[in-house]
Ligand binder design. Structure first.
Ligand SMILES: *Cc1c(COP(=O)(O)O)cnc(C)c1O
Length: 324
């Protein structure tokens, strides 16, 4: 049965075992769930989160998608490519009006190549719009529709109940999960983590690693709210680590860069820095601190591929997560 729609995915995504003597000494198994290989243009958790939303948009008769993101947003690029594949027009509201007159970076250029109309707004206007949408303010929606016409609005990062449900499907591709298993992923908005938690078998746990600084408490609230809205209950099988953001979103401190480079060299796989490297860094930190007992098996979800060109990463030094 083909339920994939016009974007043909590689599913189930492959699972790779990581051979690492440092982990073996500590009795921990690590494997990578290679969601980065799902699709070249709509990769990783973006395929999982967007597909149910695009299907819903088409069913509701929409012809246009409207969404939000920063200058290097993976979500913005994915929506542009997915919209094109589904025959939907796309509008990307981009944070930062100073970008309007600047040469396009590779990420925004790619979104435009897929036909996305970019609208640059000031940081304060961006914040106000997102606040209005999250508070279900009808005025905010009206202003957007007056400017761009009727559109299916996807939140920043693409997270909603449908998206979390899409992310949950990756757990069904791991039929061997049990009580020794920990499924790990990076946390931007928490949609992916929320979805994973809903689908785990009894005894298995999910750990998310926040890539934003200062999101302690906030992200837990977002995940719990998704669970209440979508599943009518909360789940006790997940938690979020807040010590591995490396100084904040998009920041790649020297220790993180060194960790990621070493992992790439030893495992022969390239690692995306803003999310995936931070998550792996955090997993090694958990092992180093003895928080994963011998016999544990970690399935680390590779939620996206490396950037073709690295973004603007601040090389500041901050305390790391530890690890080999
Ligand atoms: C968007 C993204 C995330 C964040 O996912 P959330 O569901 O927002 O937590 C993680 N990893 C990669 C590679 C991403 O592009």
């Amino acid at each position: 049965m083909d339920t994939s729609g016009p974007i043909r995915p590689r599913l189930p995504s492959p699972v790779w075992d990581v051979a690492d003597p440092w982990l073996a000494e500590r009795g921990v198994e690590l494997r990578l769930k290679r969601d980065d290989l799902i699709h070249p243009l709509v990769p990783g958790n973006k395929w999982r989160k967007l597909t149910p939303n695009l299907r819903a948009a088409v069913e509701q008769g929409h012809t246009r998608l409207l969404t939000f993101g920063g200058a290097y947003s993976n979500h913005i690029r994915a929506v542009a490519a997915a919209g094109a594949a589904y025959g939907l027009a796309t509008v990307g509201v981009i944070r930062g009006d100073e970008l309007a007159g600047a040469p396009r970076n590779w990420s925004l250029a790619r979104a435009e190549e897929h036909g996305m109309e970019l609208a640059f707004v000031s940081r304060s206007a961006y914040r106000e719009t997102l606040r209005g949408l999250s508070e279900d303010d009808p005025g905010t929606l009206r202003v957007l529709e007056e400017r761009w016409g009727r559109a299916h609005v996807l939140p920043e990062g693409g997270t909603n109940v449908l998206a979390a449900g899409g992310a949950a499907e990756l757990v069904a591709e791991l039929p061997d999960l049990g009580s020794r298993d920990v499924v790990c992923c990076a946390v931007g908005t928490g949609g992916t983590l929320a979805g994973i938690a809903t689908a785990l078998p009894a005894g298995a746990r999910a750990v998310g690693f926040a890539v934003l600084k200062g999101a302690d408490g906030y992200l837990e609230g977002e995940v719990a709210e998704l669970h209440r809205r979508g599943w009518g209950r909360t789940f006790g099988n997940w938690r979020i680590e807040h010590g591995c953001h490396g100084g904040g979103y998009g920041r790649v401190p020297v220790e993180l860069e060194a960790f990621a480079a070493r992992f790439e060299e030893r495992q022969g796989v390239r690692v995306e820095r803003r999310y995936v490297a931070k998550m792996l860094w955090g997993v090694y930190g958990l092992v180093e601190r003895g928080e994963l007992t011998p016999g544990s098996r970690v399935t680390a979800v590779v939620t996206g591929p490396p950037d073709p060109e690295p973004g603007r990463a601040a090389r500041d030094v901050s305390r790391g997560c530890g690890g080999a």
